[in-house]
Design a protein around this ligand. Structure first.
Ligand code: ADP
Length: 301
């Protein structure tokens, strides 16, 4: 058997194309005298990973001309306080996109909080209404950005075009796996037309599914879960996992849900970092821009 050494499916070129589209839409709107898109982030408490994520969003936004601001609440804010903050920001005509950071304070209902975000401004796509749009096949730029980023990556390369392929997704979260299954199985127009199998922690034999997949998407939050013997030679592998690791020299790095040895079996493989992450940020900017100027950016999830 030939040994296949995988090729990296990098996020940067895909993110770059999305950002170019966003930049053009913002420049055109500015010529017409429209205000720049404005993204508001609501955060309760000071979780370090959330703050780092918000800093990354702010940096990407600043480069594109998207305005960002934060509503910072105390770590013990009540559900009523958080919902009120979301409703206040949501009702402002100067706010185009609105998202909430997790974790929420103990005892606060995630559903109550995400459902307080108005559908048209739900650029992170976590409300039941936004997920409903995704499942109904309506590309309103309010779907979950990470799932949309996986679709963008797959549709960016002839070799992993999902149409007619068998995609096996591991992980059924509402952030990634379930909306992604809906996006990839949707038909018609610019859709993916894939055959999708959705696996999760109660799937008795994950390997039996992943081994027959043309494309494996792994979003389980389990470091190194996907091993080489679980992947068909030449298959495309999309790694959605993000785990911080401390290397022998004390430096901190990122790894995914895919065992590095999968690189000896897979065809295309997204690196961590540098795969799904940069595309997710770009998609979020596209969502905010689409929310500000309906119809101004390409049709997509
Ligand atoms: P993410 O944000 O990456 O989607 P979550 O923690 O929200 O992660 O969800 C993890 C998902 O991964 C769940 O749907 C869970 O069923 C799935 N999962 C966890 N462990 C395994 C496993 N060993 N095999 C298959 N799926 C798994």
């Amino acid at each position: 058997m030939d040994v296949v050494t995988s090729e990296p499916l990098r996020g940067a070129p895909v993110a770059k194309a999305i950002k170019a589209d966003v930049r053009a839409a913002i420049a055109k709107a500015a010529e017409q005298g429209l205000a720049a898109p404005h993204l508001v982030n609501v955060i309760a408490g000071r979780s370090a990973p959330s703050l780092a994520y918000l800093d990354a969003i702010d940096r990407t936004a600043a480069k594109l001309g998207v305005r960002t601001s934060r509503v910072e609440l105390p770590g013990d804010a009540s559900e009523a306080q958080i919902v009120a903050a979301i409703e206040q920001a949501g009702s402002s005509s100067d706010v185009h996109g609105l998202m909430v950071q997790f974790p929420l304070p103990a005892g606060v209902s995630r559903a109550a909080v995400v459902d307080a975000v108005p559908l048209a401004k739900d650029v992170d796509g976590l409300s039941a209404a936004a997920l409903g749009q995704v499942f109904a096949g309506r590309r309103m730029h309010v779907g979950p950005a990470t799932a949309a980023a996986v679709v963008e990556l797959l549709m960016s390369d002839e070799r992993c075009m999902p149409r007619g392929k068998h995609v096996v997704i591991a992980g059924r979260s509402l952030v990634v796996g379930r909306p992604l299954a809906a996006m990839l199985s949707a038909g018609g127009g610019v859709d993916a037309d894939a055959t999708v199998t959705l696996c999760h922690r109660h799937t008795p034999d994950l390997a039996a599914h992943t081994r027959i997949a043309d494309i494996v998407v792994i979003a389980t939050g389990v470091r190194g879960l996907l091993k080489p013997e679980m992947v068909k030679t030449g298959a495309t592998v999309i790694d959605v996992g993000i785990h911080e690791v401390t290397r022998a020299d004390g430096s901190v790095g990122l790894v995914g849900d895919v065992d590095p040895a999968v690189g000896e079996v897979a065809g295309l493989l997204t690196p961590v970092p540098g795969g799904v992450g940069p595309v997710t940020n770009a998609v979020l900017m596209r969502h905010v821009t689409a929310a500000a100027y309906p119809g101004a950016v390409a049709e997509a999830w």
